[in-house]
Design a protein around this ligand. Sequence first.
Ligand code: GTP
Ligand code: MG
Length: 198
Amino acid sequence: MKITKAEFAGSSTRVTQKPARKAPEFAFIGRSNVGKSSLINMLTAHSKLAKTSQTPGKTQLVNHFLINDSWYLVDLPGYGYAKLPDKDRARLRHIIWDYINNSEELVMLMVLIDSRHDMQEVDLRFINELGEKGIPFGLIFTKADKMGTEALQQQLSKNKGRLLEDWEELPPCFVSSSVKGQGKEDILNYIGSILQTL
Ligand code: GTP
Ligand code: MG
């Protein structure tokens, strides 16, 4: 699938405030700073569509981007940023789960994991919560350009092995680099294949 048009459609903190026009939504979530906004920019080839930052906690709202006039990419705030005051973390958690629990157009969540690191407790807890609620999700291992090929494969195997301790089978998994454009075709083709089934 090719993205020919991508435009900002609105920010919200409550699902009742999301853009009036309804269309299938694919939302990106993951720990703060994992590269959600950068990946949306890479996939849409718009370097400034979603705001990115070296400082964790940049995205604080649910941001909808209308793609090809027919579906949305949704940039969510990050979870698990330890340095945020408790009340700010609770506020973001509320925004995230209000969207996940109540957005009727949400087709699937893409959970981003930094491919350099072991999956953390906060990632596993989040994924298991999706499982309990029956919310479809895939995984994208980000920042692959920061690893050598062999180390990357080792870390991927380790993380997939950890997932298989809790899950009978793996969800769809992708590897990405927003710097190198890695994963773009695979991720977009996958989203395209899901859109065709709707
Ligand atoms: P929050 O909105 O704060 O939750 O973060 P985010 O997950 O949206 O991350 P963002 O896209 O803002 O990226 C965080 C930092 O990681 C930025 O400095 C990006 O330039 C960098 N980054 C993101 N993706 C990649 C990647 O694939 N490779 C490399 N080398 N750096 C990346
Ligand atoms: Mg962001």
